[in-house]
Design a protein around this ligand. Structure first.
Ligand SMILES: C[S@@+](CC[C@H](N)C(=O)[O-])C[C@H]1O[C@@H](n2cnc3c(N)ncnc32)[C@H](O)[C@@H]1O
Length: 280
C-alpha cells in the first residue's frame, strides 16, 4: 500500500473510532452499550466495569463515572502509584482511572487525562467538577501527538486504548518522550496471540470495538522495546466463556468460523503490561 493510502486508511480508522466513542458516551446516560469493554457492549470482551478492578476504592466512585467506563483491566493497581507523582492516562474516556489515580497520588500529585473524542473530554470534565478532583485535568488530544511536555510524567497508564491506534510505535515513542528517566508504563490492553482471521481484520467496527486493531503480544513487546523501554513484563488475563459468546454474537459468528471457543480465548485476551524508561 502507498504512503498516501496508508495515511487515508489511518484517517478513516481514527474517524470511525472517534465516532464510535462519541456515540457510545452519548448513549451512556445509563449503563449500556457500545464500547470496547462495557456491561452489554457490542464486542464485549470484559466484565461489568467495576468487576475489572482489584482496587475496592472503585466502589466509592459515583455511577456517573463507573457507568461510562470502557476499559479492560485495572492499570491504576498495576501502576502502584505513590503520593506526589504526576500521572498521564492515555485515552482517559470518562475519567475512571484518572479519578482512581488522583486518590493515590493525593493533593501533592497531579493526573492528566488525554482523549481525542470531545464528547468524552466534556463528560470527564463534568465528572471532575462533580468529584471536586482538583488534582485532575483533561486535555483534548491524540496519543500519537501528546499535548504533554518532555520528561514531565512519573507514570503513564492506559486502559484499553493503544490497540485502537493505527500507529502504535508512534504512541510508545511519545510515551517515552514524556516520561521522566526511570518512569513507568502500566497498561491494560487487548492483545492477540498470533494473527486474527483476515475477515475480522477488515471489519472497522471490530477495530473500534478493540478487536481488529489488537496486536500480537510479541509484536506489542517489540514496539515497547524499540521505543527504548526496559524490563517489559506481560501477564495475560483470559476471558471467560460468556464473554467469548458475547463477542461471537455481536461480531457475527461467521467471522470466527471454524474456531473453537478455547482457541478464541487463547487468541484474543486482555494483558497487564508494565515497562520502565531507563533511569539514565
Ligand atoms: C475503550 S475506550 C477506554 C476509555 C477509558 N480508558 C476507560 O477505561 O473507560 C477508548 C478511549 O480512547 C480514546 N481514543 C482512541 N484512540 C485514541 C487516540 N488515537 N488518541 C486519543 N484518544 C484515543 C477514545 O476516544 C475513547 O475514549
Amino acid at each position: 500500500m502507498s504512503d498516501v493510502n496508508i495515511q487515508k486508511e489511518s484517517i478513516t480508522i481514527k474517524k470511525k473510532v472517534r465516532e464510535h466513542y462519541a456515540s457510545a458516551i452519548v448513549k451512556k446516560n445509563t449503563p449500556s452499550s457500545g464500547g470496547c469493554c462495557s456491561e452489554s457492549s457490542n464486542h464485549s470482551c470484559c466484565n461489568k466495569s467495576t468487576q475489572l478492578y482489584d482496587d475496592p476504592t472503585v466502589f466509592e466512585l459515583p455511577a456517573e463515572v463507573t457507568d461510562i467506563s470502557f476499559g479492560c483491566g485495572d492499570p491504576v493497581t498495576l501502576a502502584s502509584l505513590q503520593p506526589g507523582q504526576t500521572v498521564l492516562d492515555l485515552g482517559s474516556g470518562g475519567g475512571i482511572d484518572c479519578f482512581l489515580a488522583a486518590k493515590k497520588v493525593g493533593p501533592e500529585g497531579h493526573v492528566i487525562g488525554v482523549d481525542m473524542t470531545p464528547e468524552m473530554i466534556e463528560r470527564a470534565r463534568e465528572n471532575k467538577t462533580r468529584l471536586k478532583a482538583d488534582n485532575v485535568e483533561f486535555r483534548l488530544g491524540e496519543i500519537e501527538h501528546l499535548p504533554i511536555a518532555d520528561q514531565s510524567i512519573d507514570v503513564v497508564i492506559s486502559n484499553c486504548v493503544i490497540n485502537l491506534s493505527v500507529d502504535k510505535q508512534q504512541v510508545l515513542n511519545e510515551v517515552y518522550r514524556v516520561l521522566k528517566p526511570g518512569g513507568k508504563l502500566a497498561v491494560s490492553d487487548i492483545v492477540t496471540q498470533g494473527s486474527l482471521p483476515e475477515i475480522l481484520m477488515e471489519d472497522l467496527t471490530a477495530w473500534a470495538g478493540c478487536i481488529s486493531g489488537a496486536l500480537d503480544i510479541n509484536e506489542y513487546v517489540s514496539i515497547i522495546e524499540k521505543a527504548g523501554f526496559i524490563k517489559v513484563e506481560v501477564r495475560p488475563v483470559y476471558f471467560d466463556d460468556d464473554m467469548v459468546k458475547e463477542a461471537e454474537k455481536s461480531l457475527d459468528k461467521k467471522k470466527f468460523a471454524g474456531l473453537s471457543r478455547e482457541t478464541i480465548k487463547k487468541m484474543i485476551f486482555s494483558a497487564k503490561i508494565t515497562a520502565f524508561k531507563p533511569a539514565s
